[in-house]
Design a protein. Sequence first.
Length: 277
Amino acid sequence: MNTDPKIVVVMPAYNAGRTLRLTYEELPKDTVTLVILVDDGSTDATLDVARQLGLEIFVHNRNYGYGANQKTCYAEALRAGADIVVMVHPDYQYDPRLVPQIVAPILSGAADVVLGSRLKAGSALQQGMPWWKYVANRFLTGLENRVFGLRLSEFHTGYRAFRREVLESVNLALNSDGFVFDQEIIAQVVAARFRIAEIAVPTRYFPEASSASFTASTIYGLRILSLLARYSLHRRGVWRSRCFDSLRGRYTRLAPDGPATRRASEGERRAGPARGR
């Protein structure tokens, strides 16, 4: 019987036709069990390339957004029986060969979520990150560390690995369909007290790699500030948000001979047999 964990790579794709093959070919096939691609309304050759590569493909009927794409990715990965889910962007910006390293802390039991940090791998500026994006990343990361009580070098990476139980516990359906989804899921992970680790991941910046515009990045930053405010209010009990409540935290499983079952049985004995009317 095979007891190796099932590691599923998910690729949220939008117009990744030029870089998908490069990304897929560098995935370590001896580590990855299955590759799932979710296409979010691409207008290029993304689907043609995905079919040629023999990927498991799911297609949105229109462009719903990056967050919506991830929701489908994670839902289908869990349905496929994944033990660990790794998100790898098909734009070839992150190094696919590092999948074994990003899942290692989960396999060893040291973490539940692992982030691939661009700021932990030398100078992101030298790797091509625009200066304004670097400054914003550092500022928001510092703020998030303060609010979440963590000491991470970056929160805004698209290279992530999750233990199955994490994705089953957080309420993804309540998250945004846009880019801020990336930070909402981290807030949910922190609220549910899962452990987060990070590894250094060098990145590539080139025209074909996805990169949000200055305007889109500004909107993203403002939405993160709103998220941090909501999380702070939730944590202090000032304004509760269902978004940060763990799905598994809503219930517990009782053993057949547990105290609650015994109390119910004693109550039934005191009440006597039920009588029909």
